[in-house]
Design a protein around this ligand. Structure first.
Ligand code: FAD
Ligand code: DLZ
Ligand code: SF4
Length: 509
């Protein structure tokens, strides 16, 4: 006789999950389900689906070895229903119970489905984060303006990471100032650790190939870690071989190196195979041993205990309508080049091609190439959000939506970013080697060869003048625009409009 169903979702693959901690191995049944609603709410990249399903299957095996009873539904099980709630109902009927224990899901959609299910669902907090949602609310309540930097300092104090008593180690909270170097090709630089698919993963790859072969994205070669043991090896490899350069080259982009000094740990962290604190402690230990500089360790730790925690707090604070926001009123359809359509823009072609092959792009590629272009071109932020949610292996709405809708598209009106992340081609040229091989010229501000970022940058500032001209961080940009002679401004706007018309007509840009 089963007393309760313990639901473990695809991104809850942690043995210390609150639902598992509270459950009883002898009387409760763990329910895990591969279902069409989860594999299909956006056209996920095949590598992402394979990663989630393979990691789920491995985790179910580990739970069984650990003495749990697990009812695991595979996507191709004939009697499987479409949804998580459907599977809970089916398992409940089989075992004569309607009681469900679950750790709070990381998405409003699933949260709503569970709350409205004809089951008795007991929800526990997800404590795989450093800040609870209540802590975040307490921190945010009553503040006129929310800024990540101050939240981050609280998290440093709370965890004691990189602290000398109550002072930041090295004397500064933030070493970002040192982190703006472009990278050069370096044949000695390590690659992220790659893993050979085992039999379980091979089965999943065949299934994904058959069912999702038409989704955007290349399935093979598949090299992601799919177990905690493998993810720990990937962390160790990063900490020993790549972390030292993380700070210096955090914003750099190189055609020949897709990963540079980035960790590619977000897919594992977001699935629950690794925890944020254990990662940061490992990073801090390298700094204490003297193998990495402070700007690398601090920069990395800030991303995890700062940004990652901060965006989660905001996602839940802002509510379920967050992905629908569109304060700039942008309505353009996402250009075809995002799905691999032809483009003469080398930076965009590279970012999209790498996304197709790896289900990965690093932060600056997401923010300052694909995100920047969508914002400048006035693309509907909901479409941009659904693209990011689909194409990256680490994408779950709680982390993706604030980054896309807020940080990258400014569609929340400035809750996350104090000014829009827009730039002309100059920034991309400074931080990458894309421009030398482009059909456009980054130096040209107007004319046939003018870099589209140059034209659209001014068009963006011009069309949103009412909103941004008073922003103290944007005054310089408007002053530069206003200093241009009127004919030149007309030419820029005219050419920008022509470029947007070509995009709308589906022509190659
Ligand atoms: P590294 O560069 O090695 O960084 C270390 C870790 O810090 C990451 O693994 C990640 O866990 C964390 N981190 C860094 N920046 C952020 C951030 N802004 N928000 C939250 N965590 C951060 N990250 C996701 O995990 N999932 C997403 O769906 C996602 N969507 C994004 C969409 C846009 C438009 C932008 C601009 C950023 C997005 N990010 C997202 C943040 C960031 O780009 C990725 O976390 C990072 O690229 C993951 O690669 P990495 O593990 O090599 O990161
Ligand atoms: C992303 C994903 C995919 C592709 N498939 C499944 C699945 O079949 N079963 C499941 O339990 N979870 C899956 N997930 C992860 C969920 O979408 C995730 O739990 C929610 O988005 C909440 O973050
Ligand atoms: Fe991108 Fe412009 Fe540089 Fe071409 S010239 S790679 S479009 S920034």
């Amino acid at each position: 006789m089963v007393k309760r169903l313990i639901l473990v979702l695809g991104d809850q693959l942690s043995s210390g999950l609150t639902a598992l901690r509270e459950a009883d191995r002898d009387t409760d049944l763990v329910v895990m389900a591969e279902v069409a609603d989860e594999t299909g709410y956006v056209p996920h990249h095949p590598k992402k689906i394979a990663l989630v399903l393979s990691a789920m299957r491995h985790f179910a095996e580990e739970l069984r070895e650990d003495g749990w009873q697990v009812a695991y539904t595979r996507l191709d099980d004939a009697e499987a229903s479409k949804s998580i709630v459907g599977e809970l109902m089916r398992r409940g009927q089989e075992h004569g119970t309607t009681d469900v224990l679950v750790t709070r899901p990381g998405e409003w959609r699933l949260l709503g489905a569970l709350e409205n299910a004809p089951l008795t669902v007991h929800m526990l907090p997800d404590d795989r984060f450093i800040a609870t949602l209540d802590t975040f609310e307490e921190w945010a309540d009553g503040r006129k303006e929310l800024r990540m930097e101050y939240f981050y300092r609280d998290m440093r104090r709370k965890t004691g990471l990189l602290m000398d008593d109550d002072k930041p180690a090295g004397g500064k909270w933030n070493y970002d100032h040192d982190n703006r170097k472009p990278a050069k090709e370096d044949l000695r630089r390590s690659e992220p650790m790659r893993f050979t698919p085992d039999e379980i993963t091979q089965d999943v790859l065949d299934l994904v190939d058959a069912r999702f072969g038409d989704n955007f994205g290349t399935l093979r070669p598949f090299w992601f870690a799919v177990t905690r043991t493998q993810a720990l090896r990937a962390l160790d490899h990063f900490a020993k071989n790549l972390l030292a350069g993380f700070g210096d080259f955090q914003d750099a982009m190189l055609q020949s190196d897709r990963f540079l000094h980035h960790s590619v740990l977000s897919p594992y962290l977001n699935l629950g195979l690794l925890g944020p604190l254990e990662i940061c402690e490992r990073i801090e230990a390298e700094w204490q041993k003297g193998t990495v500089p402070i700007n690398a360790a601090e920069g990395y730790i800030r991303q995890i205990i700062g940004w990652r925690e901060y965006v989660r707090g905001l996602y839940f604070r802002e509510g379920p309508d967050y992905p629908e926001r569109n304060v700039l009123g942008h309505q353009r359809d996402l250009p075809w080049m995002y799905w691999g359509g032809e483009t003469g823009m080398n930076c965009m072609a590279h970012a999209v091609a790498q996304t197709r092959e790896e289900a990965y792009a690093h932060h600056i590629q997401r923010l300052m190439v694909t995100g920047n272009f969508a914002l400048l071109a006035g693309v509907d932020p909901k479409q941009v959000h659904e693209w990011y949610l689909a194409v990256y292996a680490d994408a779950y709405e709680w982390v993706e939506a604030p980054n896309t809708v807020g940080m990258s598209q400014f569609a929340d009106g400035g809750i996350i970013a104090s000014k829009p992340y827009v730039s002309s081609g100059n920034y991309i040229n400074r931080m990458s080697d894309y421009c030398g091989d482009c059909t456009y010229s980054v130096k040209d501000k107007t004319g046939d060869k003018a870099c589209p970022f140059n034209l659209l940058y001014w068009h963006f500032l011009h069309r949103h003048r009412d909103r941004f001209s008073e922003n103290p961080r944007m005054g310089n940009m408007y002053r530069t625009w206003d200093r241009m002679d009127a004919d030149r401004r007309d030419t820029v706007l005219h050419e920008a409009r022509a470029l947007l018309a070509r995009l709308d007509a589906g022509e190659t840009v």
